[in-house]
Design a protein around this ligand. Structure first.
Ligand code: FAD
Ligand code: EPU
Length: 332
């Protein structure tokens, strides 16, 4: 059996039938199990059971930087720790990812849900993603457009592409600091004159709001922020005029799930050994020794309360895995 405790930030005591740490693409040639689960650091997963297949852990390292004209072309191994990657870029004077500082996980997992924070998404800097197909044992590169990045999603969440092990990610960064300071907490602050200062501020904001998985088990936002149309926003604003609403590129509106959960009376609650974070209701936490079913039943309770009060459906952001692989939320 292979211990998954170090590979799930919820801190659940779960195991896989077997596991392999992948340090180079050639290690993948030996992977031929019918059931495989690709993992980075497990900071966006919830195991509801032991996994009966092979856990394939990405530990491919490496960083390559080439400057062409005013553009830095950067390639990073999928197993590089994302925040170490961001720090390394900043140390070379390469800016762009500073708003994503402090997000746990690996570079290889970052394209999967197109990670985002404080007004930036990683997909806008990605030019290509190198993958190894665990079914066909072929390696190839997907272009930026083929990745189909959108809010918390990409092609890698589709059924066939879940067999694509991301080995390397290619990025392009333009020379010069172009700040993105519109998100609340950054507030177009004129003192944020360098990428380092933005990183520092983002880390401080995150520390205030989010629990550190080294001490409190969690997987960040448990649900995605729901996207609704203008009519729904107008109806909701009649009762909740301070409801935070963010317009999306396709003319819809993203609501803050944390606000909805908070207003539904679910911030800081405890059910069994699971709870919601006192400073950010969207984060479900393991209060110590939680069993998977306690986290699931709390998530269901929260979704039901929000549905009842706002008639808005919450969908998990966290990926849920059972004995034989990913389990859709409706079947958990
Ligand atoms: P894992 O959790 O190991 O895997 C996540 C998913 O990606 C799984 O489905 C897995 O199968 C797949 N996967 C992983 N690696 C690969 C690979 N190499 N190839 C193919 N598929 C792969 N996310 C945000 O977007 N913004 C935030 O601000 C944010 N804040 C967070 C704060 C906290 C405290 C925590 C715990 C999580 C937060 N997250 C956030 C979620 C998480 O950090 C990201 O989803 C991150 O990209 C997960 O990386 P990982 O290596 O841990 O992936
Ligand atoms: N809010 C409340 N009560 C709460 C939580 C939030 O009223 O308990 C309100 C806040 O006051 C604010 C709004 O909701 O007005 C939004 O809150 P916040 O700025 O904390 O961001 P979020 O929408 O809850 C998203 C991402 C985070 C990311 C932050 C910063 C999703 C699902 N979550 O959270 O990503 O770090 O924005 O950009 O999109 C993650 O994906 O795991 C994650 C942590």
């Amino acid at each position: 059996m292979f211990d998954l405790l170090p590979y799930n930030t919820f801190g659940l005591d779960v195991k896989a039938y077997a596991g392999i740490i992948v340090r180079s693409v050639s290690d993948l040639k030996t992977v031929s199990a019918p059931e495989t689960l690709i993992l980075g650091l497990g900071s966006d997963v919830l195991f509801i059971d032991d996994y009966e297949g092979l856990a394939v852990i990405n530990a491919i390292k490496g960083l390559e930087i080439v400057k062409t004209g005013r553009t830095y072309q950067v390639t990073a191994g999928g197993g590089v720790v994302l925040d170490e990657f961001i720090q390394a870029l900043l140390s070379y004077g390469i800016t762009g990812l500073e708003n994503l500082s402090g997000i746990p996980g690996t570079v290889g997992a970052a394209p999967v849900q197109n990670i985002g924070a404080y007004g930036r998404e990683i997909g806008s800097f990605i030019t290509g993603v190198e993958v190894y197909d665990l079914d066909t044992h072929r390696a190839f590169t997907l272009s930026h457009d083929e990745c189909a990045f959108a809010y918390r999603t990409s092609v890698f969440k589709e059924q066939k592409q879940r067999r694509y092990f991301i080995t390397h990610v290619h990025f392009a960064f333009e020379e010069g600091f172009k700040p993105c300071l519109t998100y609340p907490g950054l507030d177009n602050d004129p003192s944020l004159t360098s990428a380092g200062a933005v990183r520092h501020r983002v880390l401080a904001l995150r520390e205030r709001k989010l629990p550190d998985p080294r001490f409190v088990g969690n997987a960040g936002s448990f649900f995605k922020n729901p996207v609704v149309d203008a009519d729904k926003v107008a109806t909701l604003k009649e009762t909740w005029p301070d409801l935070p609403v963010y317009p999306t590129a396709d003319g819809k509106f993203k609501l803050a799930a944390g606000y909805l959960i908070d207003k539904a009376g679910c911030r800081g609650i405890t059910h069994g050994h699971a709870g919601t974070w006192e400073h950010q209701a969207l984060v479900i936490v393991n209060r110590g020794q939680a069993r998977p079913h306690e986290i699931v039943s709390l998530a269901r309770y929260i979704a039901a309360r929000v549905e009842e009060l706002f008639k808005v459906t919450l969908i998990p952001e966290v990926r849920i895995f059972g004995r034989h692989g990913e389990v859709p939320w409706e079947r958990v």
